[in-house]
Structure formats: C-alpha cells, structure tokens
Design a binder for this molecule. Structure first.
Ligand code: FA5
Length: 340
C-alpha cells in the first residue's frame, strides 16, 4: 500500500506541475479527490488491507496534501490572471468621453454656482474661507464674548488645540473686512458644522452663503432690495417670504427671513417642522462693534450682512423633503438635478 501511495504522490506532483489552467486543475482535482478519483479508490481498497490504521493514516496525509496543493495552485493561477488583466488593460484615455459615464454637479453646488452668478452681476466678489477656525473669528469678533448665551445655539466640534469647525460662514466676516476694508461687497459660501441632532431640516454638516455689503449710507432698504433680488433670481418664480425680528449679537437690527415652505405650500410638514415656514436667510445691519473689530471706520460706513442657508435653499428649490438626502452619497438620486 505504501509503495502505491508513494507512486500516486509522484504522479500527482507531475500532473500538478503540468496543470497550467483552471480547467486542468479542476480535472486533476476530480482525478484524485472526486467520487471516482484515485484517493477515493485508495480509501475503498482499505477493507482488503491488514494494517488498516497505518494505511488509513498514509491515505489521509496524501488527501490533505493534495487538497492544499490544489488550493494553492488555484490561488496562484487566479493571482496571475488578475496581474495579466491589469497589464493588458487599456490605458485611461481622457479624450474618449463617449466611453465614460459623465458625473454631475451636486444640487448644492448647482445652487452655489447660480448664486455666485447672481451676486457677481451685482458687483460682489466671491471669497473662500477655512473650515477650521479659532474662537475669535467664530464668536468673539462677532460680538459674542466667552460665556455669552448666544453660543448655546451653535455648539460645534473642537480640536485639541482649541480650534473648532466653524458653525457659520459669519466666521469669515472679520478676516474679509480686514483684507479689503470699505467699501466692500462680498459673498462667501462655505461648509458649516454644528453638534446637534439631525431631522428633516437640520444637518450637523451643511452649507451657508454669507454676504456682506459695506459702504456709505447703506440702510435696511438696501438689505431688503438685495434679498428680494437674490431670491427671485435663484427660484425664478414668485415665492412668499416673511421678515421678522431676529436676534444675532453681530447685527443690529437683526431679522429672520423665512420662506413659505415649497414642499407643502405652507400647510405644514416635517420639512418645515409643521410651521409652513422655513428659516432661510437671517440678516441685519452689521453691529458697529463688529465693523470696528474689522478695522472699518464706523463714522463713515455702515453695512448689512446675511447668512443664507444654502442646503435649505437647495431643499426648497428642488423639492427635497429631507435635508439628510444631500449628504447621503446616493449618486442615483443626486445626479438628477440641473440648474433652473
Ligand atoms: C447664523 O448662522 C448667522 N450666522 C446668520 C447671520 C449672518 C445672521 C449674518 C445675521 C447676519 P442661523 O444659526 O440661524 O444664523 O443659521 C442661518 C441659516 O443656516 C438658517 O436660517 C438655516 O437656513 C441654516 N441652518 C442653520 N442651522 C442649520 C442646520 N443644522 N442644518 C441646516 N441648515 C441650517
């Protein structure tokens, strides 16, 4: 029995070395380990052998060896096939546009681009600002000293070095005033972060677009004119808005500009927390303390600022009921939107 097994092992090794394809390997497996294979035959012939214990052990060792060598050879073949595929793959050719599926702008990007166009047409520059800022930019330069209750409305994520993820685009106001001085017209879109629970109209990561206009004789009439122009151009239809008093330490007077919910037509739904209105664009006349901190001469200049909720605007513009869909990464859903 021992010689027979040794002879079969030798034949198996030669056949394994010659098996260069997956098919050949499978045929080898069937020939040795299959129902009618050589090793199965050896098992069957055990009944005629005297020293069944030793013979059984030899056959089992052979079987284990055959199984593991076939498995390693199969893995090596697969690996070689993948490498060959990679080597022979077509090189990426950016000129073959027809072969690629084109990407699309995220709906928030579409809104941002349209708003940038609208404001550029009215003489505003577009500014970019950091997402990680200091306590000074985010709060203190905005007339929100340490321990001011207004900070409770905007809890955020802090870094170990004391910096934080900005809670609002207003965090860029001070730097932009210092950069350009007055007169000034600028918008600055950006991503904001708040440590708060999410629902159909609240996200912990969302976009705002800040706007500032500082010049001689700027008044609330200018603010209302720019807000109306922006909204009618971005929605390209008449929409109902309401202006009501709002408190923000960095503006005086301050307003809340709400939009009649376009999801339910004002009836009340989860997207507007059943109120029929959605807070969209708080605004107001920049507080003299904030202007002074930004190096602006408050004897000569006044200005307005607004903080448009860009993600909420995209919800209303495209009829998206749940704000969380924008961060879902669902390409099928997000790629269906176009500029209005
Ligand atoms: C502010 O962030 C002020 N910085 C806005 C401002 C700027 C006021 C300039 C005056 C002058 P508020 O926290 O209300 O305010 O946020 C502004 C807008 O951002 C809201 O009206 C809303 O549209 C949007 N927003 C706020 N929090 C969230 C959130 N968690 N998820 C989605 N959108 C939000």
């Amino acid at each position: 029995m021992k010689e027979r097994i040794e002879q079969l092992k030798k034949e198996f090794s030669e056949a394994l070395a010659a098996a260069a394809t997956e098919e050949a390997l499978e045929a080898l497996r069937v020939a040795y380990l299959g129902k009618k294979g050589a090793i199965t035959d050896l098992m069957k012939s055990l009944r005629d052998v005297e020293d069944k214990k030793s013979a059984g052990q030899w056959i089992n060792e052979f079987k284990t060896l055959a199984e593991s060598e076939i498995a390693s050879a199969a893995a090596a073949l697969k690996d070689a096939a993948i490498k060959a595929q990679i080597r022979s793959a077509k090189k990426f050719n950016p000129t073959l546009i027809a072969e690629r599926e084109l990407g699309s702008y995220h709906p928030i990007t579409l809104c941002t681009k349209d708003l940038e166009e609208i404001f550029m047409g009215m003489g505003f520059t577009i500014e970019d600002y950091a997402e990680i800022v200091g306590d000074y930019e985010c709060f203190e330069a905005l007339n929100i000293p340490k321990h001011h209750p207004a900070r409770d409305m905007q809890d955020t994520y802090y870094l170990e070095n004391g910096q934080l993820l900005k809670t609002h685009t207003s965090a860029a106001q001070n730097a932009i005033m210092k950069k350009y001085g007055a007169p000034l017209r600028a918008i600055f879109p950006g991503r904001c972060f708040r440590n708060e629970s999410t629902d159909a109209c609240h996200e912990n990561t969302f976009f705002q677009m800040e706007g500032m206009m500082i010049d001689e004789n700027i008044s609330i009439s200018n603010l209302i004119y720019f807000m109306k122009t922006m909204l009618s151009q971005v929605f390209k239809r008449d929409i109902k808005v309401r202006l009501r008093p709002g408190f923000f330490p960095f503006v005086e007077p301050g307003f809340e500009l709400d939009i009649n919910c376009l999801i339910c037509g004002g009836e009340g739904c989860p997207s507007c927390k059943n109120s029929g209105w959605l807070e969209l664009c708080p605004c107001g006349m920049i507080h003299p303390n904030v202007l002074r901190d930004g190096g602006i001469d408050t004897e000569k200049y006044t200005g307005f600022a607004f903080g448009l909720g860009l993600t909420r605007l995209a919800m209303m513009r495209y009829g998206v009921k749940d704000i969380r869909d924008f961060n879902s990464g669902n390409l099928k859903a997000l790629s269906q939107f176009k500029s209005l």
